[in-house]
Design a protein around this ligand. Structure first.
Ligand SMILES: [Zn+2]
Length: 365
């Protein structure tokens, strides 16, 4: 069976206004000459372009999708938030939360972004593809039910999962969020629910500041179904593999989900401007391989990856290509020129051992 790839050019037309990285310009924040807001279309466009020129796109089942419906959105978001977001979007743009500016028409583009995720899950659940990748933009994992946050305007993955529960009787789901920032929005949606295991591997204390600690383990019926794995800044390739071996794989194996959804942020790479981790494309390749191997064991290989963050525009494409090569089992002849550089910048063995011991302690607690 093939790997399905969900993409729509219109997702790249979502605009974020005049910003420098994450701040609106003004005062002493000079308008940037070439760049602008960190969450630009460029990293996504370059990933698709690299897939095209490497010949990978032609070997995948490439699809677009319908936007999610109001009913789909209301399974996760209150009507008051959706009304406010739609009204601002129709009026030319604004910000309906924290660090989440948008321009005219972004409501419809966000619905399309979530629609790519929804259709990707639907496709895999109905047996049309073994696995799938949705190149969703705007991203979703910081978006709270009642407000947007961190460039995320709709909770793409929860909307997609809840649609599959309503339409296809999808049962237990494990969400593995390897975006370098904490998947706080996804955690908030599922914090008190037992049917969804939410796992976030992230740089400790990065964004949102002070959130995503290992002590946040879920509440009520959801107690034990939320796993945060904060890694020390500077952690590299081995820290991610250790987190998988010591915590992620055992937790998913125990949970025995019917589907694994990956929140595939690619911003843990060493060049990302919004984080301080030292991962590279080989890390993402290995994370994908480990996830697929586990999925074969627990859920008939069903894996859906949904794109999240990633702001090093020239590096993200190589990380994304690695994920897609693993998902599809197709190796292109692209060699990531950044991987060797980052390999030479891995933390000292003492640091790696210290981080591993922290993970061991968390696993034992
Ligand atoms: Zn991120």
């Amino acid at each position: 069976m093939t790997t399905a790839f969900y993409f729509d050019e219109r997702c790249l037309w979502h605009t974020t206004g005049e910003h420098a990285l994450i701040l609106p310009v003004g005062g002493y924040v000079q308008p940037p000459a070439g760049g602008g807001h960190a969450e630009s279309p460029e990293s996504k466009r370059r990933l698709k372009n690299l897939m095209d020129v490497s010949g990978l796109t032609a070997q995948l089942d490439v699809q677009t999708a319908d936007p999610v419906t109001r009913e789909d959105m209301e399974r996760v978001h209150p009507a008051s938030y959706l009304d406010r977001f739609k009204e601002m979007s129709d009026a030319g743009g604004g910000n309906a939360g924290i660090y989440s500016p948008f321009g005219s028409g972004s409501f419809e583009i966000a619905a399309l972004s979530a629609g790519l995720a929804k259709t990707a899950i639907s496709r895999v659940m109905t047996g049309g593809a073994q696995n799938a990748y949705a190149l969703s933009r705007p991203p979703g994992h910081h978006c709270l039910p009642e407000q947007s946050m961190g460039f995320c305007l709709l909770a793409n993955i929860p909307i997609a999962i809840e649609a599959a529960r309503a339409n296809h009787g999808l049962g237990k789901v494990a969400i593995l969020d390897w975006d370098v920032h904490h998947g706080n929005g996804t955690q908030a949606v599922y914090y008190d629910r037992a049917d969804t295991l939410t796992i976030s591997i992230h740089q400790e204390g990065c964004f949102p500041p002070g959130q995503g600690t290992a002590e946040e383990t879920g509440a009520g019926a959801g107690e034990g179904a939320n796993l945060n794995i904060p890694l020390l800044p500077g952690g590299g390739h081995q820290a991610y593999l250790d987190a998988m071996e010591l915590l992620v794989l055992p937790a998913i194996r125990d949970f025995a989900p019917d589907l694994i959804v990956v929140a595939s942020g690619l911003d843990a790479n060493a060049f990302d401007p919004l984080s301080r981790m030292q991962a590279h494309s080989g890390t993402f390749r290995e994370l994908t391989r480990m996830t697929m191997e586990l999925a074969k064991e627990v859920c008939a290989g069903r894996v859906v990856a949904v794109h999240e963050g990633g702001y090093a525009e020239v590096v993200v494409p190589f990380c994304g290509l690695a994920v897609l090569e693993e998902l599809s089992g197709i190796k292109t002849n692209v060699v990531d020129p950044f991987e060797e550089i980052t390999e030479g910048q891995q933390p000292a063995e003492d640091f790696v051992r210290f981080q591993r011991e922290r993970l061991r302690q968390q696993a034992a607690s």
